[in-house]
Design a protein around this ligand. Structure first.
Ligand code: GLA
Ligand code: ZN
Length: 699
């Protein structure tokens, strides 16, 4: 049975292509707008994000609205069969607002109020700011509710987790705490272990989020900021939901940063979108950069149960940030754009459409350069993406249902930042560990969902929780039930150490009942200097048939098997002979514990074995050359296989069946050559007898 998600809006059953468009910067020269329209057609762009920082142009004085220029742009877009990803302007405040209502400006921890200027720095609690946002958003929605160009709402821009210590925020924080701790100050004091250093809070008014020594408090402050940001988002988008209920609302996430819990935020948006800025060619290892980026794409897709997401921002050439300003090499733009689509994006959008003439981002990569024509390499490469996407209507709404879940949890990341680093030092690399455990699947072309600790596990065969230092309520029970029911779980060193308040579990690591599930006790952890490694050898005749010698790096824990079978042991240091990898049979499933951070070959061997053992579905039934991945999108009948070469040389892939090359239009089978930065999108008619999980779920 065929199963697809709806397009982002039924008005446009195509993949979206476009970018941040700031016609308000060119009001004095409206002929530029006509040129924009001509160039958009040429570049194959159909969706423009308009008005993101346009508050001053839309409301130059309090209560005086000037929508005429936006009317013109919306009409021009519609006349050119384009759509608007229409923004609310709250990302940047007009000067009159900052001046008339100083409370809209954030306050630093030392009590000083920030000056007007910059962006993304409004107080998320201020009632006046919310009121002014609601006022302008109501007018935007009323004005454009019937407009044929209105496709998606782009709320604000890159909400972030920056602090605001104003009285309003602190009062809201205390109210949030009262609710969280049932108005019971003693519960809060216990959760914060505040007798330490005599920090017991005598009353609610004594609670201020400035004491980094109280980890539970700082964790709650992070939670509050996410809560308050979502609350702000809901407040400013309420008029959009009421006046235009059929128009989806999104806001562009920054999941590469750790300041907001995007797992929680995703529940509040209709469609997830994110801004992706990999440093291609900068580290000398594009494969590592591709893995990192792929993981974020898989995370954004999984946030709403596989629903296609939007690549809201990416750069046609170079961003302003970055140590070295290297441009995307020829081919990289198509490759990185289709990488997003391969992992579930239904859009390829940029920052920015046209370079601004002045200010901070005037040299930031853009589709249209200051030169102004279609003759730049950047423009041509964007047009190439446009032409490719135009061939790919069939992909809209398709997705993938992976059998593997990698657990990357936003709250755990905060806890590691605040608490775990003290113990394991600079080696506490949560994202690095997640990427290391993800990479073998990327290399094998096995689809992965990247989920957080609150997500269900029952759809998966394999669940991997690297460095799950903090356990959120219910996660241990879910993992236990998953294994009991036959799932295979992998957890690493220094997991299940603290609860959601960063209070250490008593009774040994891993805590919260997981010691029994994994059949191990982790007695101690330590970290190593960069020049040190610890030998690891697979034990002969182990249950998974693993063999070989490997190395632990950075962090190695001393673990005791308590019922688990030892698959590998350390071969040196004072703990030589103790377990480095264990497997415990629990219920109908298996729970594996990886006691060290290891070099890549160890994880490749482990996951290669588990993949074979579990018969994990691959996008392509073939071994892939290094640096090449295969990703799958399907509606349960037709399969779309993306082959992406991030290696610094050409590669050859042996296809497992006959396909149609969607971009070239011809039939392909057997050996397929990919150039450097090469990408292919292959369509198969589906494989009866080898149902996808999407089918399986339907039947
Ligand atoms: C962010 C912002 C954009 C722009 C780009 C530059 O993603 O949302 O407005 O500043 O960065 O890379
Ligand atoms: Zn504030």
């Amino acid at each position: 049975m065929s199963r697809r998600f709806e397009p982002i809006h039924p008005k446009c059953p195509h993949l979206l292509h476009g970018g941040d468009y700031n016609p308000d910067q060119w009001i004095r020269t409206p002929e530029v707008w006509d040129e924009d329209m001509r160039l958009m057609k040429l570049a194959g762009c159909n969706a423009m994000s308009v008005g993101i920082f346009a508050w001053s142009a839309l409301e130059p004085e309090e209560g005086r609205y000037t929508f005429d220029w936006l009317d013109t742009i919306m009409d021009k877009l519609a006349a050119h069969e384009g759509f608007a990803v229409l923004a609310t302007p709250s990302g940047s405040k007009p000067a009159w607002l900052s001046r008339a209502y100083p409370e809209v400006r954030r306050v630093n921890a030392d009590g000083t109020r920030q000056p007007h200027g910059g962006r993304h720095n409004h107080c998320r609690t201020s009632p006046v700011y919310r009121e002014k946002c609601v006022a302008i958003n109501t007018r935007l929605a009323e004005r454009y509710k019937e407009h044929p160009a209105l496709l998606v709402w782009h709320a604000s821009n890159e909400y972030n987790g920056g602090d605001c210590h104003c009285e309003l925020c602190i009062a809201a924080f205390r109210a949030w705490l009262r609710q969280r701790y049932d108005n019971d100050l003693d519960r809060l004091n216990h959760a914060y272990w505040s007798s330490f250093w005599s920090h017991t809070f005598p009353d609610w008014d004594a609670v201020v989020p400035t004491d980094r020594g109280i980890h539970g408090l700082m964790l709650d402050w992070e939670r509050f900021k996410t809560h308050q940001t979502i609350d702000f988002f809901k407040a400013e988008t309420a008029p959009l939901k009421a006046i235009t209920p059929g128009i989806p609302v999104t806001t562009n996430f920054m999941p590469s940063h750790d300041t907001l819990d995007y797992g929680a935020f995703a529940r509040a948006v209709d469609v997830v979108s994110w801004d992706s800025y990999p440093n291609w060619h900068e580290t000398g290892d594009d494969v590592a950069e591709a893995v990192k980026t792929a993981l974020q794409h898989d995370r954004c897709r999984a946030m709403k149960g596989g629903k296609p997401f939007m690549l809201m921002e990416s750069v046609p050439s170079i961003p302003t940030r970055g140590r070295v300003k290297k441009r995307k090499e020829p081919g990289m733009h198509l490759l990185s754009s289709l990488q997003a689509v391969a992992h579930g994006s239904d859009t390829v959008q940029y920052f920015q459409w046209r370079k601004s003439r002045g200010c901070k981002e005037k040299f930031h990569g853009a589709v249209v350069d200051h030169e102004g024509s279609e003759r730049t390499r950047e423009f041509r490469e964007v047009a190439e993406v446009g032409a490719a996407l135009a061939q790919m209507d069939g992909i809209v709404g398709t997705s993938v249902q992976p059998e593997v879940a990698l657990i990357l949890d936003g709250e755990n990341e905060w806890a590691i930042r605040e608490g775990a680093r003290i113990y394991l030092g600079e080696h506490t690399k949560y994202r690095g560990d997640c990427q290391a455990h993800y990479r073998p699947f990327w290399e094998a072309g096995i689809p992965v969902d990247v989920i957080d600790q609150t997500a269900g596990l029952s759809a998966y065969k394999l669940a991997i929780a690297p460095l799950a230092y903090m356990l959120r309520p219910g996660f241990a029970a879910r993992l236990r039930a998953f294994v009991e029911a036959g799932g295979t779980a992998v957890m690493t060193y220094w997991s299940a150490v603290v609860d959601e308040s960063d209070l250490c579990f008593l009774g040994g690591v891993p805590g919260d009942g997981l010691r029994e599930v994994f059949g191990v006790w982790e007695e101690e952890s330590q970290s190593y200097y960069a020049h040190e490694t610890v030998g690891i050898a697979m034990r002969e005749g182990n249950a998974l048939g693993l063999a070989g010698a490997f190395r632990g790096i950075d962090t190695c824990s001393v673990v005791h098997a308590e019922g688990a079978e030892v698959l590998a042991t350390y071969t040196d240091q004072f703990f030589a002979g103790s377990p480095a990898l264990t497997l415990n049979r629990f219920g109908k499933g298996r729970a594996l514990y990886v006691a060290a951070r290891t070099e890549a070959p160890f994880l490749a061997a482990l996951y290669g074995r588990l993949a074979a053992d579990l018969g994990l579905r691959r996008a392509l039934d073939a071994d892939l050359p290094p640096g090449v991945t295969a990703q799958l999108r399907t509606d349960g009948e037709t399969r779309y296989v993306f082959l992406l070469n991030f290696n610094d040389r050409p590669a050859r892939v042996e296809l497992d069946a006959a396909y149609t090359d969607l971009l070239g239009g011809e039939a392909v089978a057997g050996a397929l050559d990919l150039e450097r930065c090469g990408v292919k999108v292959l369509r198969s008619p589906g494989q009866p007898g080898r149902p996808t999980a999407v089918d399986a779920e339907e039947s």
